[in-house]
Design a protein around this ligand. Structure first.
Ligand code: UDP
Length: 492
């Protein structure tokens, strides 16, 4: 029998939030576990930032990246379709191309690992005799809610946001109605139907990979293994393999010339992910709040808009005309803060900035990648959730993990005033005699994260376990590329 390296196919949906961790997962499988990897990317209009992420993960070239042909969904979604709906439909329409690409591979991969939006492709793996996994590039609370939502759909009447009691989710702190993920905000919207479907499809996989680590979310991860809490889902192995974050690129820009001149941990970094924007009114308050705090800052500025993410999601990192900050920030702000702050239009090298020793805080929209990048660099946060699952992430960070402060009212509900912004900035940036508990706690988690992904650490071991299972099961199979049935995996 021919013995070759195990080969895994990974499927990424569009958007930095998915592509970055999928590429990092590919790298780990190749470098730590001696796999051959092919990454399939479904993308309609690839943003500049996505193209850069792909390019940088290609040097050195560790695996093949196959861009599936663009899919035209214009006739399938209406003009107001949300990002979630658009991605779900794109992933559905991309299935024939994925199927034909995998079936023409020789030798055929042993496993297909799809990201959250790719669960409709699990039957393709089944049909072609591949093991099938879902990579949820988020945290354990998010997974707990997602696999629960098909039950909530039957049990809860009316809109979730109108409930008077928090939603009880096994393994997870009860979710306040205002904290539910975006697809749950309106049960009549197509994105809700797509989300419930994903919640049903995840447990049909041979296992779920999560971008978290055992020590960060031990209670929720333990609940996943508890049949009395999670029922049938407890039979699905869950592999916490994170934090998978983008490594430093080593590129230098003028941002770093400025940062090099600032004192240690004195700068707060303000950024709202790949697509986040604020209203004009909120930008004005934020500018005043930063100025009044008298702390140094780097702010990734984007022109104000009325909607949160949807406009910018697919064009992240693209600078266009009309982006001059002086046209939308308070009069005199740029002059008054010229010695204290640096504005970066549209897009900053975030991982590199967060790892700079002068950075001591992060005002963040709480996207999970940004969150992990902050924790991995020991940087405490002000949570400013805007969309997606970020409200839950914000609660996890501020109320469970103790690495962040939050405004009293959600920024998506009400404009946060300048005095409150000033106060929250001071709360994380000031550390009299090293007694700032939030700063101390995030440094503990930084070490815990480093340990988890190091050889012998919990995440390293979890990925080894997955690699071993793929190996063992695939060794039991014939090497022919056609005609064998999927073998069932035993739970770990
Ligand atoms: N990012 C960046 N520069 C920016 C904004 C975002 O490099 O100016 C990167 C950030 O480091 C992270 C990703 O884009 O890796 C955003 O992912 P996240 O999950 O935080 O949020 P999303 O963009 O999906 O809302």
């Amino acid at each position: 029998m021919e013995i070759s390296k195990p080969h895994a196919a990974l499927l990424s949906s569009p958007g930095m939030g998915h592509l970055i961790p999928v590429l990092e997962l590919g790298k780990r499988l190749v470098t730590h576990h001696d796999f051959t990897v092919t990454v399939f990317v479904v993308s309609c209009h690839m943003s500049q930032a996505e193209s850069q992420a792909i390019q940088s993960s290609m040097s050195p070239k560790l695996f093949d990246i196959v861009q599936l042909p663009p899919v035209d969904i214009s006739h399938l979604v209406d003009a107001n379709a949300t990002v979630v709906t658009q991605i779900a439909v794109m992933m559905r329409e991309a299935r024939p191309a994925l199927r034909s690409a995998i079936s023409s591979m020789n030798p055929r991969p042993k496993a297909l690992i799809v990201d959250l939006f790719g669960t409709e492709s699990l039957p393709i793996a089944e049909e072609l005799g591949l093991l099938k996994y879902v990579f949820v590039p988020s945290n354990a609370w998010f997974l707990a809610l997602t696999v629960r939502v098909p039950f909530l759909d039957r049990e809860v009447e009316g809109e979730y946001v109108d409930q008077t009691e928090p939603l009880r989710i096994p393994g997870c702190r009860a979710v306040r109605p205002e904290d539910v993920v975006d697809p749950m905000l309106d049960r009549t919207n197509q994105q809700y139907i797509e989300y419930v479907r994903v919640g049903k499809e995840i447990p049909t996989s041979d296992g779920v990979l999560l971008n978290t680590w055992e020590e960060l979310q031990s209670l929720t991860l333990a609940a996943f293994r508890d049949e009395t809490l999670l029922g049938r889902f407890s039979k699905t192995p869950v592999y916490p393999i994170g934090p998978l974050t983008r490594p430093l690129s080593g590129s230098r820009s003028e941002v770093f010339d400025w940062l090099d001149k600032q004192p240690s941990e004195s700068v707060i970094f303000v950024s709202f992910g790949s697509g986040g924007t604020l209203s004009y009114e909120q930008m004005t308050e934020l500018a005043w709040g930063l100025e009044m705090s008298q702390h140094r800052f780097i702010w990734v500025v984007r022109p104000p808009t009325r909607t949160a993410a949807d406009d910018a999601f697919f064009t992240a990192g693209t600078v266009s005309s009309g982006d001059d900050p002086s046209t939308y920030l308070p009069a005199g702000f740029l002059t008054r803060t010229k010695n204290k702050g640096l504005l970066v239009p549209i897009w900053a090298p975030q991982v590199e900035v967060l790892s700079h020793p002068s950075v001591g805080g992060f005002l963040s929209h709480c996207g999970w990648n940004s969150t992990l990048e902050s924790i991995a660099n020991g940087v405490p946060m002000i949570v400013w959730p805007l969309y997606s699952e970020q409200r839950m992430n914000a609660t996890l960070l501020a109320e469970e993990l103790g690495v962040a402060v939050r405004p009293k009212v959600l920024p998506s509900k009400k404009v946060v005033g300048r005095e409150e912004i000033e106060e929250t900035v001071r709360q994380i940036m000031e550390d009299k005699e090293g007694k700032n508990a939030i700063r101390a706690r995030v440094k503990e988690l930084k070490y815990s994260a480093e340990k988890a992904v190091s050889k012998g650490g919990s995440s390293y071991t979890a990925l080894s376990r997955l690699a071993q299972q793929i190996n063992e099961i695939s060794m039991q199979r014939p090497t022919e590329t056609e005609g064998y049935a999927s073998l069932a995996l035993k739970p770990n």
